[in-house]
Ligand binder design. Structure first.
Ligand code: FES
Length: 115
């Protein structure tokens, strides 16, 4: 199979969100998205996706994404866009702009590099 043929594969989701849900103790030196309040934010996002009938959006709880002190973090594919989400308003904006309209929310984008 050549690469052009592979590009024709149908996608399961229009956008697929992976949200870090790792929880470590608050005093853990690595930090964690859970200790930074991720659960309430992801609950809000899941409810918003369902309430707005976004059946072509995948929303998956993920383990640690590797940048624990930068969280709460999620990644949206295609594109591999990393967001730092800290408020309910951030969640609402990502759902409205990125997931519904396909417009990246630049103010929330995290540019991360492996050291
Ligand atoms: S705990 Fe979320 S990136 Fe590590």
């Amino acid at each position: 199979m050549n690469s052009e043929r592979e590009m024709e594969l149908p996608q399961v989701y229009r956008h697929h969100v992976f949200a870090c849900n790792t929880q470590r103790p608050p005093d853990h030196p690595h930090g964690s998205c859970g200790a930074s309040g991720a659960q309430a934010l992801w609950d809000r996002m899941g409810k918003a996706i369902e309430a707005q009938g976004l059946n072509d959006i995948g929303f998956t709880m993920a383990g640690c994404l590797g940048f624990c002190n930068s969280g709460p973090l999620l990644v949206v594919y295609p594109g591999g866009i990393w967001y730092r989400v800290t408020t309910p308003e951030d969640v609402d904006e990502i759902v409205k702009s990125h997931l519904k309209q396909g417009k990246r929310v630049d103010r929330l984008v995290m540019v991360l590099k492996r050291s």
